[in-house]
Design a protein around this ligand. Sequence first.
Ligand code: SF4
Ligand code: SF4
Ligand code: SF4
Length: 267
Amino acid sequence: MDNLILRAKELLENKTVQVVIGYEAGPTGVVRPAFISDPANADSLIYDERCVQNLAVYLTKPEVKHLGRIAIVSSLPVMRSIMMLISEQQISYDEIVVLGISADGVLLDIADLSVMQGYIDKSDLSNPVKYKELLAELKKLTPAEKFEYWQKELSKCIKCYACRQACPMCYCTRCTVEVNQPQWISVQSNAHGNMEWHILRAMHLAGRCISCGECGRACPVGIPCHLLTMHLTDQVYNYFKVYAGTSEKMNSVMSTYEPNDKESFIV
Ligand code: SF4
Ligand code: SF4
Ligand code: SF4
């Protein structure tokens, strides 16, 4: 990825940005996020199939925002996350430079927001192929079988909230689960509390999830919680013909109402 390194160095040297967020190999070879502010360190940047973490999660962190203008290595899920964060007024495109990377690992020339929009528009935005088969299998289950499947999976949840921390759309300063007056969600990791947490999380991500899969990947006990939000992604598309992260001006599906909306989903 020589082009990426050269571009990162150039942006840091001419002070277009103060930090580049990308990927590097740590001392044990495990790929980790890199925050590079010295052009001399840009040589450590890598991009290959191991670079899957959705880096957009850092764009809303105050400690990262304080670093200055950011260049961010962006695969399609990162670009869609950026589009969502702009549409939800969490960041402005002026605060960042997008170092877009195509699906086959080529550095893209994302000169401005309209170029990024064009790249997203011509991409396949449905759930990633690797999850489609499992989603289809789950869809075939009866409601009782689905409930049993999720009860079993969610019984493993230790409420560590790594799934939330990994998600770029979970940027709330104070998550509902941390509010105790009133206590919306029980703190304990038990069958009832776990179900409450996951229903809440899924509904908060409905129409906002950009299908990166990071929540499931972050889970230390292997709960496929990404399938909940990806299922809702399918549902939102079926009903409203819209995918998250496709426009800087998109309205939230769960908080937008038109008097002539179909109400067939209300039973
Ligand atoms: S797949 Fe998970 S981490 Fe990624 S946007 Fe959706 S809910 Fe967030
Ligand atoms: S789960 Fe809901 S309240 Fe908590 S951080 Fe995510 S979006 Fe915010
Ligand atoms: S990361 Fe896994 S164990 Fe932790 S709260 Fe999320 S689903 Fe539960």
